[in-house]
Design a protein around this ligand. Structure first.
Ligand code: NDP
Length: 324
């Protein structure tokens, strides 16, 4: 049995691991089989993480966080959690490979998952012209005409990035104004390759093998149009990943996990939540990192208050590095 298991490997999970391992709690971090490192693995320049005056690539930032967590004794497992038993003093975490890990405390930091448009053809043509990741797939659209759907920071970031490859990038937005920050809007407006299509929803995605176009409906007058293009990037936000804790942890009406006040404490003793999975508003790498810190400190205080024999029963390997 462990003292603490951390589920999730974005900025919240790794920061919680850095703090927990420096507190000599020898955490086990479950990092996911295919998405280790979280959303920043799909980003390019990160210019707003303090401490990197010239910016840093998203994947590099996550590798640094991982290395920092490992330096103090975090053990990382690349697998998916398939089920959780969070009630009771000993928590059980079952992985896709069948392993079951036990711990006295769990930090849940699973982030959020991309929203979909909900169209049948979106699923069918996923990977064949429909994408949720410009940095992953942008390269395939050199000299093509493509579209980004959405009006937030993600859509602006994707559209701007995609102009490196595509000849033309439409931004299709259901309203006539953007939700994105002014800086991101200004950058997109100034880009000659980007054209905005306002008050439009995507009702169809056309194409047999590959995307060939989209069908749009005007939200003001209902007119239908088609647009020929080779790719559709969906950037309409994300929802907290909570399916593993349904029925166990209380959720807020917006779908995030409910925590007490500014803490990371869920409705179950010994279970803490951090990062995008509790945050419907800020959702920045740096706020997620701060949230991971809160969770690690809350977990540390929780463990310190447990009966000593119980904590002693939880294995505590030697830390991998001398603590500063
Ligand atoms: P947001 O929730 O901010 O924006 C989602 C956008 O998609 C909105 O414009 C919304 O429209 C639209 N939308 C939602 N659902 C649909 C739908 N079914 N069909 C069509 N359009 C839809 O999500 P983001 O991913 O853009 O950003 C999330 C958070 O991450 C924000 O806090 C953002 O600031 C942050 N972020 C920061 C970045 C940075 O600083 N570099 C980069 C990327 C994200 P409507 O406006 O009508 O609701």
């Amino acid at each position: 049995m462990r003292q603490i298991i951390i589920i999730g490997s974005g900025p919240a999970g790794y920061t919680a691991a850095i703090y927990a391992s420096r507190a000599n709690l020898a955490p086990l971090l479950i990092a996911s089989s295919v998405e280790a490192g979280g959303e920043l693995m799909k980003t390019t320049e990160v210019d707003n993480f303090p401490g990197f005056a010239q910016g840093i690539q998203g994947p590099e930032l996550m590798m640094q966080m991982q290395a920092q967590a490992e330096r103090f004794g975090t053990e990382i497992v690349l697998d998916d959690v398939v089920s959780l038993e969070l009630e009771g003093q000993v928590k059980r975490v079952t992985l896709g490979n069948g392993d079951v890990h036990e711990a006295l405390a769990v930090i849940f930091a699973t982030g959020s998952a991309y929203r979909t448009l909900g169209l049948e053809d979106e699923t069918r043509l996923s990977g064949h012209g429909v994408s949720w990741c410009a940095t992953c797939d942008g390269f395939f659209f050199r000299q093509k005409t493509i579209a980004v759907v959405g009006g937030g920071d993600s859509a602006m970031e994707e559209a701007t990035f995609l102009t490196r490859f595509a000849d033309k990038v439409y931004v299709i937005h259901r309203k006539d104004s953007l939700r994105a920050s002014k800086a991101m809007q200004d950058r997109a407006f100034a880009d000659p390759k980007i054209e905005f299509l306002w008050n439009k929803t995507v009702e169809h995605i056309y194409g047999d093998e590959l995307v060939t176009g989209v069908g749009l409906v005007d939200t003001v007058d209902g007119t239908e149009t088609t647009l020929d293009l080779s790719g559709v990037f969906v950037a309409i936000g994300a929802d907290p990943r909570t399916h593993l804790v349904h029925g166990q942890l209380d959720l807020n009406p917006d779908g995030t996990i409910a925590v007490a006040g500014r803490s990371s404490k869920t409705n179950l003793p010994g279970v803490f939540a951090a990062g995008d999975v509790i945050d419907p508003t800020y959702r920045q790498a740096v706020t997620a990192a701060g949230s991971g810190t809160v969770a690690a400190l809350d977990a540390e205080h929780y463990l310190a208050a447990l009966p000593k024999d119980l904590v002693a029963a939880a294995t505590q390997p030697e830390p991998a590095a001398t603590l500063a």
